[in-house]
Write a protein that binds this ligand. Structure first.
Ligand code: SAH
Length: 207
């Protein structure tokens, strides 16, 4: 089933062999509620509780491809969610820092990810709009929720040469890549429309 999923996203245009290999290795069904196991290897997003979704595999692969992760890279993810995207980054041998604003999801993933062999550098319960200044700068930053605007903090926490991959927009988001070309300058590239759950301000206060 995993191989079929890889074939599907390859057909949709993903070419990076390392990304495809990572997806072929990760047991996505473990990142979802057990009742949804049958759906785990379809190329679709799915509910994970707290009104959130595990992203569609194609979208995860597309964003990961744009990040161009090298082994050892320091990567910040905004929106830990189910932990699946983080697992893909860990498969690519990145040092992963990931921020989630929903306590319930943060708590679940903190236990779950190491239990399936994926050990992030750090999971943070917090507001991704602020980034993670104490660990900056990063080789890459990936935002997995739809951002109404590009948070300045995230741009400022990139290394020169670093990449920010962020879906920007309200109802529909344009996948956008920023490359920091110097202390003061950024290149911007756009890659078509996607739909994400919204990037919300501040931590949620549930549980
Ligand atoms: N990367 C996740 C996708 C989860 S959906 C996965 O692979 O499963 C997006 C997530 O972003 C949700 O869990 C949502 O709670 C979170 N989120 C939204 N706004 C945020 C913010 N300001 N800071 C951190 N996380 C945020």
């Amino acid at each position: 089933m995993r191989n079929q999923l890889v074939a599907t996203i390859e057909r949709k245009g993903i070419t990076d062999k390392k990304v495809l290999e990572a997806i072929s290795k990760i047991p996505r069904h473990l990142f979802m509620d057990s009742s949804f196991v049958d759906f785990a290897y379809q190329d679709k997003p799915f509910p994970i509780g707290a009104d959130q979704t595990i992203s569609q595999p194609f979208t995860v692969a597309f964003q990961t491809e744009l990040l161009k992760v090298k082994p050892g890279d320091k990567i910040l993810e905004i929106g830990t969610g189910s932990g699946y995207q983080a697992a893909v980054l860990i498969e690519l041998k990145a040092q992963v820092y990931s921020i989630e604003r929903q306590k319930e999801l943060y708590t679940r993933v903190k236990k779950f990810l190491p239990s399936v062999g994926y050990v992030p550098k750090k999971l943070i319960y917090g507001d991704g709009y602020l980034g993670l200044p104490e660990e900056a700068p990063f080789d890459g930053i990936i935002v997995t929720a739809g951002a109404p605007e590009v948070p300045k903090a995230l741009l400022s926490q990139l290394k020169v040469g670093g990449r920010l991959v962020i879906p920007v927009g309200d109802d529909v988001q344009v996948m956008t890549l920023f490359i920091r070309t110097s202390e003061k300058s950024f290149e911007k590239h756009e890659f078509g429309d996607f739909r994400f759950v919204p990037m919300l301000k501040e931590k949620s206060n549930n549980r």
